[in-house]
Design a binder for this molecule. Structure first.
Ligand code: SF4
Length: 474
């Protein structure tokens, strides 16, 4: 069924929509009583804006009794336009990008029910070191894996690849921890995964993505995607962030060459960029369009595939922007979107949860997980990260050598006698718990935070007796 984007019901959770026309349209389409129609629209607005709301809170907010609320939820599920309204809402990306895909695969049920299953997403952290020292990075200066750890480490990672189920070709990615391209055996690992039908995405700073690296490691052409983190748009900005002189020029030249080579080889590997908008620096966005257009010109038949844009919220405890910065950012984002559409029309832009909300006119509040709301049992069934020692980390930002306190978040170690599912099994069945300490929330990335917020919501619904309806949408 196709749902029109101008349907008043399907857009009723957007801030500038008119709830009265949505209520009116709903009454004609799905015969319901007036009060119920208003409540259904209200539910779409609640969950399209605040997806992690527990059902009891939503019920109390609209003053419904339990039987009436259960009836409303059942009715809601019969009207596809209402579901579309939640997914199109300012916080819709939480639903469409993370929550619903995990729900469809039963991953969150596995966590809540303490079942042993292979992790839905597996990060391999193969880098023994990094050539940058970004000022915001949690890595410990000078801490690295020894060169002697590489060969046995790559054997462990190869065994993880061999043990991966192949039902989801995108389940595996390579990242860090440290910089993956500092591991000279990476290309072989990538080819090994590709031979099993697994399309690895590599997160990299691309400083070492040189012609020499590509010649020495042809397996890198078997990657599904290369996702490059940009740390500025000129040499000075790069140096201010990474501490490395002339790094911008080198990375840009690497990417230009990569563009030309992938076109020449007719390679299927996708190229994307990650760009973090630093506080007060949204005026740099036009220069970002110039940068991408320049990379496109290096291979006009293979333009850059995607861009992930994020706002740096670090240092803001409440995750909110001051009003003047918020409106400036909103304006700059719309200007950027228009410019990108004109100059880089093939670029797929992912604005992420918060910027998407902001562009819709809402200052989206990110789920702020604190040590009090962290889950001592974490969510290994949803995500696991493995470094070259074979250590399996519970959270994505914990996998750095010698990082204080991070060893408490190691679930176990893969090796000759234990595969990744064995580690999951030991951790889950032993009911081990990691009691969070202040600051531990920084071991989680955005994905870990969203998964945790959703699991907390589900458990709150279950505890309140909403088993069949827990989580609202699935
Ligand atoms: S953020 Fe990435 S590139 Fe920067 S120092 Fe940390 S590991 Fe290296």
């Amino acid at each position: 069924m196709t749902i029109s984007s101008t349907d008043p019901v399907a857009i009723c959770s957007l801030p500038d929509s008119d709830p009265r026309s949505a209520v009116e349209a709903l009454r004609h389409r799905a015969p319901v009583m007036d009060a119920d129609a208003a409540h259904l629209v209200e539910l779409a607005r609640v969950f399209g804006n605040a997806p992690f709301t527990p059902l009891e809170e939503a019920r109390r907010g609209m003053g419904a009794d339990r039987a009436g609320f259960a009836r409303l939820i059942a009715r809601f599920r019969e009207v596809p336009e209402l579901r579309a309204a939640v997914e199109a809402g300012p916080s819709g990306q939480y639903w469409t990008k993370t929550i619903l895909p995990l729900e469809r695969r039963g991953v969150l049920d596995s966590v809540v029910e303490n079942r042993v299953v292979p992790p839905a997403s597996v990060g391999l952290y193969p880098g023994p070191t990094c050539m940058f020292r970004c000022h915001f990075c949690v890595r410990v200066t000078g801490a690295r894996y020894e060169a002697s750890e590489l060969t046995p480490g790559n054997e462990r990672l190869a065994a993880v690849i061999d043990g991966m189920p192949t039902d989801d070709p995108d389940a595996l990615y390579v990242s860090g921890g440290l910089e993956p391209l500092t591991n000279p055996g990476l290309g072989e690992l990538v080819s090994r995964a590709s031979d099993r039908g697994l399309r690895i995405t590599m997160y990299s700073n691309a400083f070492a993505l040189t012609g020499t690296t590509l010649n020495r490691q042809p397996g890198l052409w078997d990657l599904g995607a290369v996702r490059v983190s940009l740390y500025g748009l000129d040499d000075q900005e790069y140096e201010d962030t990474t501490g490395k002189a002339k790094a911008f020029t080198r990375v840009r030249d690497n990417l230009r060459r990569f563009q030309a080579l992938r076109s020449e080889r007719d390679s299927t590997v996708r190229l994307g960029l990650n760009y973090l908008i630093l506080p007060g620096r949204a005026d740099r966005l036009p220069a970002l369009v110039d940068y991408i257009a320049d990379l496109d010109s290096a291979a006009p038949d293979r333009p850059v595939d995607f861009l992930t844009l994020r706002q740096d919220y670090s240092g803001r405890d409440d995750g909110m922007l001051p009003e003047d910065e918020r409106s400036r950012l909103q304006e700059e984002l719309h200007r950027f979107a228009a410019l990108a559409a004109e100059r880089t029309p093939h670029l797929n832009i992912d604005y992420g949860y918060a910027l998407h909300g902001l562009m819709s006119g809402v200052d989206a509040v990110l789920p702020r997980i604190t040590p009090e709301t962290m889950r001592p049992t974490a969510h290994l069934q949803a995500a696991a990260q493995v470094d070259i020692r074979g250590d399996v980390y519970l959270y994505r930002e914990a996998g750095f050598p010698d990082l204080a306190g991070a060893d408490r978040y190691i679930a176990g170690r893969v090796g000759p006698d234990a595969g990744l599912v064995d580690v999951v099994s030991d951790f889950v069945t032993s009911e081990r718990r990691v009691v969070p300490r202040p600051g531990d929330e920084y071991f989680m990335d955005g994905y870990d935070q969203v998964v945790t917020a959703r699991l907390n919501q589900i458990e709150s619904d279950l505890a309140a007796g909403w088993g069949a309806d827990r989580g609202f949408l699935r």
